[in-house]
Write a protein that binds this ligand. Sequence first.
Ligand SMILES: Cc1ncc(COP(=O)(O)O)c(C=O)c1O
Length: 393
Amino acid sequence: MWVSRRAGAVPGSVFALMDAAKGRARAAGRGIIDLSIGSSDRPPPEAALEALREATRDPATYRYPLFSDTLPLREAAAAYLARRFGVRVDADREVLPLIGAQEGLAHLLLAVTDPGDTLLLPDPCYPPYLGAAAVAGLNVVTLPLLPERGFLPDLDAIPDDVRPRALLLNYPNNPTSAVADAAFFQEVAAWCRARGTLLIHDHPYAELTFGAYRAPSALEAGISGVVELHSLSKTHHLGGFRVGFAAGDMGALAALARVKGAVDFHAYLGIQRAAAVALGLPDELGREGACVFEARRDALVPALREIGWEVVLPQASMYAWARVPGLTDSVGYAVRAAETTGVAVSPGRAFGERGEGFVRFALVQPPGVLVEATRRLGTVSVQGENALPTLTR
Ligand SMILES: Cc1ncc(COP(=O)(O)O)c(C=O)c1O
């Protein structure tokens, strides 16, 4: 079968390898602790589920949703941005519902770039960024995210003659869990404006913040020339519902709406209603969910430090990013660890070259399970020989 160069260019996923390793561990009778996927294990807000249940009984929701039908969600998104970040957007032209941030990003790249354009991407990054860039035929220039810079990119290191069409960032960050402040976004937005570069900020962890820390929006640095992608997958635990929104530059969003018009018909109206309800809920409800992840962080990080792994205490996100002393093959290690201990983590290399030597933990299990996972991982040699190859559970 002939397949397109575009399809062939999408990088294969290390997660398929991990899946196979988990399968082998299961077949060997090991109990699996899966910390390899950042899918929230928390329930969505009851009010959102109720809105969806009610919608399924309303025949007006059964037809194709048109753009005009998305107004309540667009208005709820605009109200959320105003309440939470003090950002004012026009619900008609500066907000667009998405079928998740990942869908939005892939189509946004098709809408604002041409094949061969340059896209600046962080390394490490959320792997689907590379796939979306490949589908759009883009020339990817990577920006190293280094621990000594707090995993923030160094824009001064980019030569003056590089004129990227877009720069894609994500804070709170997956996989490093690093955060950025409002001053950082001001600087980045100014840099982008000077080069005619669209700033795309992927913001699915906006509300998964710990302690007194609150994540800013890139839109606080201006609406023009910036597009921010929001998701209800993590903030409201609605990952399976596939819903989010884009907000920002009206020209970019008009182009995105055009591309999406050729591809999809918006999310089911009931899901849009559930999302609108969720976005309007008091912020304290979101804090309760975030506290659950914070307690897990507080259990995992000391346990990791006890086995000698280096990890910065995350202020946000649902991940811990640990540097493992002596680790040079994170994929081999993660596969071996899953097979021999049943603990599945994400190898840092899956997120890019700069991820080598690291392992990512998704905080998707209770504190005690995270501590037990760490104990098991500590038995696996980073060099290849398993210290305890015959663990049975
Ligand atoms: C950085 C980042 N962007 C986007 C997504 C996916 O968001 P959505 O479920 O809204 O497509 C994820 C999911 O893990 C993510 O980590």
